[in-house]
Design a protein around this ligand. Sequence first.
Ligand SMILES: NC(=O)C1=CN([C@@H]2O[C@H](COP(=O)(O)OP(=O)(O)OC[C@H]3O[C@@H](n4cnc5c(N)ncnc54)[C@H](O)[C@@H]3O)[C@@H](O)[C@H]2O)[C@@H](O)CC1
Ligand SMILES: [K+]
Length: 481
Amino acid sequence: MRHAYDTETVRAAEQTLMRELPDGALMRRAAAGLAVACGDVLRRNGRVYGSRVLLLVGGGDNGGDTLYAGARLARRGAGVRALLAAPGKAHPGGLAELLAAGGAVIGTPDGFGPVDLVVDGITGIGGRGGLRPDAERLVREATAGRAPVVAVDLPSGVEADTGQVLGPAVRADVTVTFGTYKPGLLIDPAAGHAGALRLVDIGLGSVLPARPCLEALQYEDVAALLPVPGTESDKYRRGVVGVAAGSRQYPGAAVLAVSGALHGGAGAVRYAGPGADAVIARHPETLVHPGRPAEAGRVQAWVVGPGLGNTPEAVEAVADVLAADVPVLVDADGLRLMDTGAVRARDAATVLTPHAGEAAALLGVAREEVEAGRLAAVRELAARYDATVLLKGSTTLVAEPGGAPVRVNPTGTSWLATAGSGDVLSGLAGSLLAAGLAPRDAASVGAYLHGLAARRASAGAPVAARDVAARIPEVWRDVYA
Ligand SMILES: NC(=O)C1=CN([C@@H]2O[C@H](COP(=O)(O)OP(=O)(O)OC[C@H]3O[C@@H](n4cnc5c(N)ncnc54)[C@H](O)[C@@H]3O)[C@@H](O)[C@H]2O)[C@@H](O)CC1
Ligand SMILES: [K+]
């Protein structure tokens, strides 16, 4: 599990630790880890000795880390030059150490010739807003030669706590972050600027609060959470998931939701709605009922919404499902038809799976506002509906009311935006609910498997939803193997 803490918490933890350590010790620890990471990048194309390294140095401690790390590289024989984004404010200790090690300050990258590495030490957790014009110009000049870029703590210019990119920002190949991940390193679009992440332990673990603000499942977490497939021969013991989806207008959504449900670990899928013929034609193993969900027999969880349309039967199906005393997942048209009071009155778990547009409608705000503040939006929805909320996007987020860490899905891809892929996800997550996973786990494991399956199916291009569904079993086997 990758944990992330907001910058205010990180700063407080760093201050606490600094009080117990000699001056500058934390910065030197950070710089040592940064120098090792830079050495690894340099060694990809040769050696540290004789390589040419360009430091972009800001006026705060982020610049300090960079100068001390530059001094270490210079002592190992690299040619190191510093460009100061805030002349006169550069960290004096770091600057002295760089010069003593044979490094130098230059005014422009011209004259230093082609470099092997650029180190972005302009701003870390003290950065506010996109890069200022002078800093942006420095970055543009320094990165014109296409050398690899290592960002220090964060790519300068991104919002560390929200993942937003409000102005010009560095695009790094690697981000070396200190003590803990920050939300902006895990949430798009900022995460897209960070490149590969390397975490340097500077001893913060002992002073950070137990509960992070954000966490991202890793392979091993998913393997531990997945219900063991096939151990209970009695498929009904593995839970039956009900799917109330589709309409005469959109029978396809029912087929896709059922295809996701069939791969989610539930023992059986029970379909209720007008798409029964289309469903049984594609998935003959489905238990189908042409009537309303309330007449469809027992299930351990319901999925309601994909392709329902807004017919009277649709309204009835949503009401039936919300009245059922089992965990339910509401998606797509179900989100539009559901009654807030009915959702909040439920005892059993409720999972809502809006995309940004549906979240905006539920919150009564513009879609751009949701896209600009995804973390705040998903938390607000979870509180307002007292439900687990999965906010789809190139970084899917899962929030619960009551302040549990928000889950960030690390396997998302923008290619998932194709029609119907949400139907597959809702069936998959609902099936994991029926198989007994807690709501937050069912939603985040569902998103994880769904994202992996999309990556397999797409090979870099938009992917058809049915191809995503088809890849889920192999992804499951790999995670579980
Ligand atoms: N506090 C600590 O104990 C430690 C801090 N460390 C480093 O210190 C960093 C935090 O240092 P600071 O609090 O000094 O802040 P930063 O160094 O991150 O940034 C502050 C500097 O950036 C400038 N700045 C702010 N926004 C800008 C923008 N949009 N464009 C251009 N310049 C901008 C400010 O004027 C100031 O000079 C961390 O990210 C990390 O790299 C590490 O050494 C670990 C220990
Ligand atoms: K930086």
